[in-house]
Design a protein around this ligand. Structure first.
Ligand code: AMP
Length: 284
């Protein structure tokens, strides 16, 4: 695996591969890799000649300085894991390499409702940071396909809109399924920060989402939301439910009746004393 730290060298390398007719799949990550990330690498390897992954903890998408500071950084272990998956290129830049003019210069993308709802309501400027970094990474990695995890469903919606409607570039966005632990908890680098009790109770996120699938369409969305919140609140650990929502998969608008959406999805965000977890499940 070729490890490259500069934007110019990465772009030149990928350009030379594409000039030879090779297809390129790109997996952007913030590192602290686990099986969820590796599933994207495997998919990118399967569907393309070349797989490029990036590891960059993007400061502009964190509204909370302590969350940024606490974000795990395990670059050597990550590189070994990528090597084992036969990833071809790892791009691991510095902040200056990504933001040569500084992090204050904000790309002003307008994602409308997609960026103000759900996560957007709890993480100020998060999605403008995500849009900013992915636009820059796409310019450097110059891929045919972009691999994203359904784990961050709203991020997938935002980035599909960025690629198709704002940048209008010829990149295919591929959303890959959520990889879970044996008990159903969605894999996340944040899981390691949970106490044993919190880790045990965190299974309630996927259980609450499962309720939506079980009771669709017998109960109304609101009845399911109430029941899901009761389940989340029944656990021992101190926690705050930021949201449990049932929305349309495309517009992310909340629905009150099943007639309002042919493809609803349930999404949840819970905070365990400083560790914030998210998960989602498509209902239909
Ligand atoms: P992150 O490093 O958290 O920015 O994640 C990088 C990519 O991996 C994103 O597209 C995530 O949605 C994806 N991802 C993270 N966790 C999982 C998971 N458990 N299953 C599938 N994809 C995931």
């Amino acid at each position: 695996m070729k490890i490259i730290k500069t934007a110019s060298e990465t772009r030149a390398h990928i350009e030379s591969l594409r000039a030879k007719g090779k297809s390129v799949g790109f997996v952007p990550t913030m590192g602290a890799l686990h099986n969820g990330h590796l599933s994207l690498v495997r998919m990118a390897k399967k569907e393309n000649d070349i797989c490029i992954a990036s590891i960059f903890v993007n400061p502009t998408q964190f509204d909370d300085a302590s969350d940024l500071a606490k974000y795990p950084r395990t670059i050597d272990k990550d590189a070994q894991m990528l090597e084992r998956e036969q990833c071809d290129v790892l791009f691991s830049p510095t902040v200056d390499e990504i933001y040569p003019s500084g992090t204050d210069v904000n790309a002003d993308y307008d994602f409308g409702h997609l960026e103000t709802t759900l996560e957007g309501a709890y993480r100020k400027n998060h999605f403008s940071g995500v849009g900013q970094v992915v636009a820059r990474l796409l310019e450097i990695a110059y891929p045919n396909r972009l691999y994203l995890g359904q784990k961050d469903y709203q991020q997938c919606a935002i980035l599909t809109y960025l690629v198709d409607e704002l940048l209008k570039i010829d990149v295919e966005v591929k959303m890959c399924p959520i990889i879970r632990e044996a008990d159903g908890l969605a894999m996340s680098s944040r899981n390691a920060r949970l106490t044993p009790q919190q880790r045990k109770d965190a299974v309630s996120l996927s259980e609450s989402l499962q309720l939506a699938k079980t009771f669709y369409p017998i109960k109304t969305p609101q009845e399911i939301i109430t029941q899901a919140k009761e389940l989340l609140n029944s656990k021992q650990s101190t926690q705050t439910i930021d949201y449990f929502a049932i929305v349309d998969q495309r517009t992310l608008h909340p629905i009150e009746t099943w007639e309002e959406s042919a493809h609803p999805i349930a999404l949840v965000a819970v905070r365990y004393e400083g560790v914030r977890l998210i998960d989602n499940m498509m209902i239909v």
